[in-house]
Design a protein around this ligand. Structure first.
Ligand code: KG4
Ligand code: ZN
Length: 381
């Protein structure tokens, strides 16, 4: 039976990896919050270092592409159909049996509630049958802790998380100890890429399409706004920029291929400038409040954009800190990040009861409120 860690132990744990006081663990992680059905098994050594034994991700992109975005009901049904098989493959590839697991971790939110219910209920069933501890993981926490799995990064560090549902700058101070420094007040960054792609007739998911089109576009042709530039807070706003692209696009109708490329290049250039400016503020706030970060870390699908990686490197250089980015497979949604967050929590004795409820919304930083326009967008958590 696991004991809850004392406050002192938690504090020591938050200082870095070397003071870990726990034993080795094997954890199964389940991810079903959006359109990836994923499961993975990871091993966490008593020195706090992690090893991925398997990491199976089934993307549902093909199911959703005809609709131009993720359809929650289709996603939930697909998770039901796919999850057992994905877990079986993850266990087989890791060569681990359920009885050997130290814990089963599932993303209990935030996300599309139908999918979250499928993953969490499945995890509960496994823990009930095998008497294994359950760890209900916050999906955002899993993104936040991934660089400790891939780079054994000690706390504290600064996370830039940008996906279809989130755009945040977060101070990661320890397991369960997060301070949100900035967030979007309207659309998420990936959502803005997807919407721009859709209005220009590019297929879903739009981010990679916009990036590709931007490569041959003229970024100077349109003078798009740079939202939030120079503001003293570290927040983002993307819907005004998106509307500016829409207005230019309607003015130019019918669009030639070169118009599309120029619009994408102009949009992406505005995003890049915004990212650097917002991170200048976020990283300065970090240093002021918590001292110098160990690194700037990126996560989320948007971080696979090469130009955006360049902007993040620039922001890190300007702040005099290292830039770290996990491999693309671990930046986007996956089971290994859930398993790892579960293992980090388990090492501190942080397990959850079977009554734990799935959560559509779940802020990483309990001390912040959601922006006003929050409910209108996918960036609603
Ligand atoms: O993290 P992710 O795989 O899933 C979640 O949203 O949770 O992120 C997907 C998002 C989509 O909005 C997609 O368009 C965006 O990340 N994305 C990109 C790129 N690749 C994926 N955005 C810009 N440039 C890219 N290369
Ligand atoms: Zn995610």
């Amino acid at each position: 039976m696991l004991r809850r860690a004392s406050k002192a132990q938690v504090c020591r744990q938050t200082q870095g990896l070397n003071l870990a006081i726990d034993t080795a663990s094997l954890v199964l992680g389940i991810e079903t919050t959006c359109d990836e059905t994923a499961a993975a098994v990871i091993e966490r050594g008593s020195d706090g270092r992690g090893r991925i034994l398997s990491n199976i991700v089934h993307s549902q992109i093909e199911d959703h592409a005809p609709y131009g975005g993720v359809v929650p009901e289709i996603a939930a049904r697909a998770h039901v159909d796919l999850l057992d098989g994905v877990i079986a493959r993850a266990m087989r590839q890791a060569d681990v049996r359920f009885v050997q697991l130290s814990g089963v971790a599932a993303a209990a939110g935030p996300g599309l509630i139908g999918g979250v219910i499928v993953g969490l209920t499945t995890a509960k069933a496994i823990t009930l049958v095998h008497g294994t501890p359950l760890i209900a993981v916050n999906h955002l926490e899993a993104h936040a802790l991934t660089p400790r799995l891939t780079h054994a990064l000690p706390f504290p560090y600064c996370l830039f998380l940008a996906s279809g549902g989130h755009t945040q700058i977060v101070a990661v101070l320890g397991v369960g100890d997060y301070v949100r420094l900035g967030t979007t007040v309207d659309d998420a960054m990936g959502e803005a890429f997807d919407k721009v792609a859709k209005m220009l007739g590019l297929p879903y998911p739009g981010g990679p399409q916009v990036e590709r089109a931007a490569e041959t576009g003229d970024r100077e042709r349109f003078a798009f706004p740079r939202p939030m530039l120079g503001r003293p807070d570290a927040n983002f706003s993307l819907s005004g920029l998106k509307t500016a692209v829409r207005n230019e696009a309607s003015r130019l109708e019918p669009l030639e291929r070169q118009d599309v490329c120029d619009l994408c290049a102009g949009f992406q250039a505005a995003v890049l400038e915004t990212i650097i400016d917002r991170l200048d503020v976020g990283l300065a706030q970090f240093a002021e409040r918590f001292g110098p970060p160990q690194a700037l870390v990126a996560a989320g699908g948007v971080a696979s954009n090469q130009a955006i990686r360049g902007a993040l490197q620039t922001a890190a250089d300007r702040a005099g800190t290292e830039f770290i980015i996990p491999p693309p497979k671990l930046c986007t949604d996956n089971g290994a990040m859930i398993a790892w967050a579960g293992a980090e929590r388990l090492a501190l004795g942080l397990t959850d009861p079977l009554e734990t409820a799935p959560r559509a919304r779940w802020l990483l930083d309990a001390n912040v409120t959601t922006p006003a326009k929050f409910a209108n967008t996918r960036a609603g958590f």
